[in-house]
Write a protein that binds this ligand. Sequence first.
Ligand code: ZN
Length: 284
Amino acid sequence: MKLLRHGPAGREKPGLIDGDGMLRDLSGIVEDIAPEVLTPRKLAGLARIRTSRLPLVRKGRRLGPPLSGVGKLVCVGLNYADHAKETGLPIPKEPVLFMKATTAITGPNDPVMLPKGSQKTDWEVELGIVIGATARYVSKRAALDCVAGYCIVNDISEREFQIERGGQWVKGKSADTFAPIGPWLVTRDEIENPHRLKLWLEVNGQRMQDGNTKTMIFKVAHVISYISRHMTLLPGDIVSTGTPPGVGMGMKPPRYLKRGYTMRLGIDGLGEQCQKVVAYRKGL
Ligand code: ZN
């Protein structure tokens, strides 16, 4: 299933993409795509619905992030060998973890705002894992049972705030609109192998990132098992698994986002996102 949320920001309704690619409303079945809907039992119930009976939603309606109530957004840094190299940092021996504030979460095609004073805002296409069952000291073997599905995350990063201001990366990762998620939450059964997915990102139509999840250093099961030894993962949490090479910081000279630029990014089977870069403004 491809689950989603449609409608104005803060008032999204649940929906799905049916077998014919049509957007249909799920309001009559569930209140929202919320953490309690992501358990294996609830997802199995949704999968039994006859989608042809659901109301159609008009094309062009805004999509929100495909789930509500994200409790935490845990990210893995430097998880592609080539990307670690372009940043000039050593290949990590254990997963590098950091958090992104959940207030950064936004819809897949919403504008991305440059924070006040930003000179070095950068892009990162990533495979996101949506947790569907509590994971605490979970083994690698059992880790995938805790996965409800996958989504695209653009892990937008202000490199000066991230790297040149001391302390933790979280400062450069958490501005409002720095975590476009979606368009869909694609349930795990639809993704045969999460390590055979192409992922790409374009800025103003120019291909910047062109990777494949097969070159991930720490794989999905490893990452979930590892994180679950340091914190409990709950339904509705998202784990973003790192980015392939081609970020602006790694270019010579580095290239960063400016007002008016457009990002387009996608992952096999998970759809596409498109964001326009805008200046900071209150109340976006
Ligand atoms: Zn990242």
